[in-house]
Design a protein around this ligand. Structure first.
Ligand SMILES: Nc1nc2c(ncn2[C@@H]2O[C@H](COP(=O)(O)OP(=O)(O)OP(=O)(O)O)[C@@H](O)[C@H]2O)c(=O)[nH]1
Ligand SMILES: [Mg+2]
Length: 385
């Protein structure tokens, strides 16, 4: 068929195919979620329903794109790791990133009402940006996820301390900022424990560790759609000082949201649930020193982050006050308890499950995550010249 005379414009398209045989990592991030979370009155410092909606949107992405091996979410961001050999869209960057961002965003809005029924729909359309990063080896992949999970630890410990001082300690945001300035993780843990009766290590893992999505084969006799509770803090008889009744989508809470959420489906018990229960009874609840997390935070090294324009909501949010005090993202995060049982939230079609687990350190990568980095079977291709 003859070409149209206009077709030459296609030549203007650039070839953005990503290098072969390296890991593709796509990270999406909410644009202006500082404002978005305030506008929608997300609970501070963590809103379990908002985080669960993020998880739901990420699951949709993982369902659609089979080549995603692992995803990690915290706050308003999600990272998706593609298999090395993926040939999705011939590895064209724009197609891959735009598909992930588009699906994530539409799912976020599509499922919004399941999580915020009283809010009907978002007050304005949320925006997520996206980027692709290439990692040549397993070492960088591991460090990437360690970096993001360390960020979760650092931010959450800071935010938990900050809001405890403001909401329960009666300090102004500025005073709380000053109080926390230069403190390390140990001091923050101590403060939370002694002044606010909060054992940080007992806060829900979804807040402390973010959410991990990975694929596992689901035995034939098990319901792939089963929703499996849960977090130790939400189990009956929990001694956690901060636990509150479990929320499900459709419920709202005006109080602190420190529990996790189950999604509307049948639930069943599992080995992992009993592991979690065992863990919840054996773990000391009286010693801050036994915290799962030990974050060595550099003091005084902290640079001003990008200055944000001071808008209505910002005065209330810790981002305003932590500028200049943010912990160094290269903080040393030890993983003494990296084998803390995963906390299964959901098992889904195609064997996707959500865990809140330590992906920092070798234990994850030599255990459940081992297959993610396992050498991929190379397909035999017929040689054609
Ligand atoms: N209250 C509340 N706020 C949240 C929650 N999750 C995320 N946020 C907000 O979202 C922000 C995410 O951080 P950033 O991505 O650095 O900030 P941003 O405003 O989205 O800025 P850009 O990404 O640069 O557009 C946090 O600083 C919080 O203000 C939550 O569960 N509760
Ligand atoms: Mg953001």
């Amino acid at each position: 068929m003859a070409k149209s005379k206009y077709e030459y414009v296609k030549e203007f398209e650039t070839d953005d195919r990503l290098l072969r045989n390296v890991y593709i990592l796509v990270r999406i991030d909410g644009k202006g979620f500082h404002k978005f979370s305030a506008a929608h009155q997300f609970h501070k410092p963590n809103d379990v329903l908002a985080l669960s909606l993020m998880n739901h949107a990420a699951r949709c992405v993982m369902h659609e794109l089979d080549d995603i091996l692992l995803a990690f979410g915290e706050s308003d961001e999600y990272s998706f790791l593609f298999r090395r050999s993926t040939d999705l869209y011939e590895r064209r960057q724009a197609k891959i990133v735009s598909t992930v961002v588009s699906l994530f965003t539409s799912a976020y809005v599509y499922y919004w009402r399941d999580y915020f029924p009283d809010k009907n729909r978002p007050l304005y359309p949320p925006i997520f940006d996206g980027r692709a990063i290439l990692y040549p080896s397993e070492a960088e992949v591991k460090d990437y996820f360690a970096w993001r999970q360390a960020d979760t630890h650092i931010n959450n410990l800071y935010n938990t301390s900050f809001w405890a001082l403001v909401e329960n300690g009666g300090l102004t945001p500025k005073a709380a900022e000053n109080r926390l300035s230069g403190t390390d993780s140990k001091a923050k843990n101590e403060m939370l424990f002694t002044e606010f009766n909060t054992n940080y290590s007992k806060l829900p893992a979804i807040f402390r560790k973010g959410s991990v999505l990975l694929r596992e084969s689901v035995p034939k006799d098990q319901d792939k759609n089963a929703i499996i509770p849960i977090l130790p803090e939400t189990l009956p008889g929990s001694t956690s000082a901060t636990a509150v009744p479990q929320l499900t989508p459709g419920q709202t809470s005006s109080g602190p949201q420190l529990s996790t959420v189950t999604e509307p489906s049948s639930s069943s018990s599992s080995e992992s649930t009993s592991e979690v229960m065992a863990n919840s009874t054996t773990e000391s609840s009286s010693s801050v020193a036994s915290s799962t997390l030990s974050i060595a935070e550099d003091q005084g090294k902290l640079k001003n982050e990008e200055k944000r324009s001071r808008q209505d909501y910002e005065a209330q949010d810790r981002e305003d006050v932590r500028e200049g005090t943010k912990d160094d993202a290269s903080a040393d995060v030890t993983t003494d308890k990296a084998d803390e049982p995963g906390v299964t939230i959901a098992r889904m079609k195609k064997g996707v499950i959500i865990d809140n687990i330590d992906i920092i350190g070798e234990k994850f990568w030599t255990g459940r995550g081992a297959y993610i980095l396992a050498p991929e079977k190379t397909k035999k291709k017929s040689r054609s010249k």
